[in-house]
Design a protein around this ligand. Sequence first.
Ligand code: ADP
Length: 507
Amino acid sequence: MTAPPTPSQTGTVPLRGFFLGQAVALVAAVGALALHLLFGPLFSHSVYLFCVPAVLICAAFLGFPAAMSTTVLMTVGGFLADASAAIPPSEQFARAAFFLFAGAVIALVGGQLRRTLAHQGRALDEAAEREALLRASLDAVAEATVVIDEEGAIVSFSHAAEQLFGWSAADIIGQNAKVLMPPAHAEAHYRHVRRYVETGERRVIGSSRQVTGQRRDGVEFPLELRIGEVKIGKRRYFTGVLRDLSTMREAERRSDELHAQLTQVWSLNSMGEMASVLAHELNQPLSAVANYLRAARTLIANLEVDDDDLIDAVSRAGDQAVRAGEIIRTMRVLATRGGTEQKTESLSGILAEIEFIIGLMVRDAGARVFYELHQGPDTVLADRIQIQQLVVNLVRNAIDAVAKFPNREIKISTQLDADGKILTTVEDSGPGVDTAVMGRVFQPLASTKPAGMGLGLSICRAIVENHGGRIWVESSPLGGAAFCFVLARTGVIGDGASGRQDRVRRR
Ligand code: ADP
């Protein structure tokens, strides 16, 4: 970037200085002449001495041209003064020539001095400007930046660092950076830095490490630290760029917690659905077993075998077969309905809580997810965890569907349907539902995947039906399948995790 021209570069100031110099020279010459006329005998030989300070002042403040023209004018003045003092002409010329020479030297040296001073002043201004710029840049960086010298004394502390540690730059600059870490960590950290200073062995420089920081109030928190090195002259400085990991850790913890909850509900529902499948599949054989046992008992009675133990064993076996069927049915009821806890919840709030986990799943699959959520009230009576499991299931299927395609897009949207209910759609750019399973995707054991159990969508259907809703599949404008479910809207948010702020972005 080119700096705008300064006044001295434009020539305005030298010109002004030149005229000022002429004025000073004129005044000095007239003054010298007047002094000579007033105190003739006293100053007759020292008239040029009065001129020396004038040349010096001109050189120091106005530069060489002004000082030189002052010298010339003064020489003329001095010469006239000498003439009126009846100094012999040869001496007059010699004095004038000497003053001219001396004046030129003074003007030259003074001008050089002035340039050097001006240069130094400019260098200082530029240094101050650069420092201000650097400070402004550091303050604009979101990550906290701390600069320390070789002894560990803090020399710069950015605005973000002030916010992170609770120290103001004014309070902490000059202190040892150990105050920013718990004592145990500070020792280890400084051993690394000292080792580097003494041996040049790069262990911490240039790499990033996870460390523990300490705020001014003593609270410890996780940090990512990257250390860089700067050499200015013989001094060495270390720049630490710090990133607060607390929020990331908290997000990870929340994600793990959510994952655990989802897995738990998943397994509960899977168990319920398995129980339902088993109940369905075992119902017939069990009924048959019960019937056969009943028939066996009748046959034994007809054969007139007088063995009470045998009859008792057969009838007990029949009772157990009936009981086995009951147990499986109870298990299903317990698993699918017993755990439901429905509250008035905002659908966007429910989705916001799984945005992170969905983001991870989608990113791992190299896909892209985007949301288009209803802008108005979107409260539903729902079991938050079950609805989250439902959406995660649909997204997981969508990810499987797009996996083999180069364009991997998944869209999650909510809108009001014609009845004012909330319609949620999870759609993808995959191949759409295979015709082999089209009519029965929501039934247990319908799967086209080599390792698929065919339970996911039947669980989704169970969840939606538990909420009094409806689920179906249609074609998506993205090219693949669009799984849609509707839930009735309720009034204002009531209890539960209501009013959460962390909503998914709405478009
Ligand atoms: P699984 O995933 O174990 O196969 P699901 O019940 O979740 O069980 O899915 C049943 C079947 O529905 C899948 O095997 C697949 O054929 C089909 N399906 C589900 N979601 C999609 C989708 N987004 N796109 C295409 N087919 C799908």
